[in-house]
Design a protein around this ligand. Structure first.
Ligand SMILES: O=C(O)CCC(=O)C(=O)O
Length: 307
């Protein structure tokens, strides 16, 4: 993919990202592109079948993450398009309380290859140029999702660091997060502990557990490097609960870049408005991808952002 003529980040944008651990880039997608992506999302939500669906919910497992989603439907989703329900989309007897297109929390994790419209906005020259600016040697897109945060029942995402889930040695993950609808405090926009990527180590790792046929997921202590080589942390003594979060309200079409060490979160959506977004994550293929990670590469390897 030729990328030389496409601009990456400006020096000011890069300085902001390095200082704060996130960056908002308004109008990264045209409103026509946003409309097309929403149309394709609606079509996926209308057309997936409930007949053979295990009704897997997307659960982050509460404060300790003990019951994080981890069934076979989830673990085998790395090269498929699968549908995970909002936790609050069911009544106490387990019956759906919403139509299926208003009950899905997220669609994942291979839209960047299997959906032509999401592929073209993911594996683009512009995103390759951004990855170059961020210092990637061999950027690989390894997972993608539409997160719906449905009206009234949209699940909260507790504070976390993406490199916990997508660990390389040393950490290299960066999230590309596109608003497909306006994201506001009301419908559960992201918020960021600005600068925490410089002080918050990757202490835990989210891995596959159990033997064949009984696989699940869990958290283990990270015994490898806790900060990226290019971005060494100051110390590991800071307390995550003392972090102060800045709201990231954005308009549809905005791209948000998220450092793999930054603590970030989003609140529950109890408003009447959905908050659809598309996100994919990139790791550096030049570093060791850990074989215990929940997500393992498809036979052809993770998708190259540039060659
Ligand atoms: O969109 C959200 O609410 C959370 C997304 C997120 O935290 C992530 O992709 O790392």
């Amino acid at each position: 993919m030729a990328t030389s003529q496409v601009e990456g980040l400006t020096p000011e944008q890069l300085a902001f990202f390095n200082e704060n651990g996130y960056l908002l880039i308004p109008d990264a997608l045209s409103q026509d592109t946003v409309k097309q992506l929403l149309k394709d999302t609606d079509s996926m939500l209308d057309n997936f079948s409930l007949d053979d669906h295990p009704m897997t919910k997307f659960s982050t497992g509460g404060d300790d993450g003990k019951d994080h989603v981890g069934d076979a439907y989830f673990l085998e989703s790395g090269d498929k398009v699968r549908y995970f329900f909002e936790e609050d989309a069911f009544d106490t007897s387990g019956k759906l309380t919403k139509p299926k297109n208003r009950a899905i929390n997220k669609i994942g994790h291979y839209l960047h290859e299997l959906s032509p419209s999401f592929r073209s906005i993911s594996l683009s020259d512009r995103n390759a140029a951004i990855a170059r600016s961020l210092g990637f040697q061999d950027p690989r897109v390894l997972q993608s999702m539409v997160i719906c945060k449905q009206p009234e029942i949209g699940g909260a995402v507790p504070p976390h660091q993406d490199s916990t889930f997508l660990y390389t040695d040393p950490p290299t993950a960066v999230g590309y997060w596109y608003a497909l609808e306006d994201a506001t405090a009301e419908n559960g926009c992201l918020s960021f502990a600005a600068g925490s990527q410089r002080r918050a180590p990757i202490r835990k790792r989210f891995v596959r557990t159990g033997k064949k046929g009984e696989e699940g997921t869990g958290f283990i202590d990270n015994e490898g490097p806790q900060f990226p080589q290019s971005h060494p942390g100051s110390n590991g003594d800071t307390k995550e609960e003392d972090e102060v979060y800045t709201m990231g309200e954005v308009k549809a079409g905005t791209l948000v870049l998220i450092h793999g060490n930054i603590l970030h979160k989003s609140e529950k959506n109890v408003s009447g408005k959905s908050r659809f977004i598309y996100t994919f994550h990139v790791i550096d293929g030049a570093e060791k991808y850990d074989e215990r990670n929940w997500l393992q590469p498809p036979t052809q390897g993770f998708s190259k952002l540039y060659s």
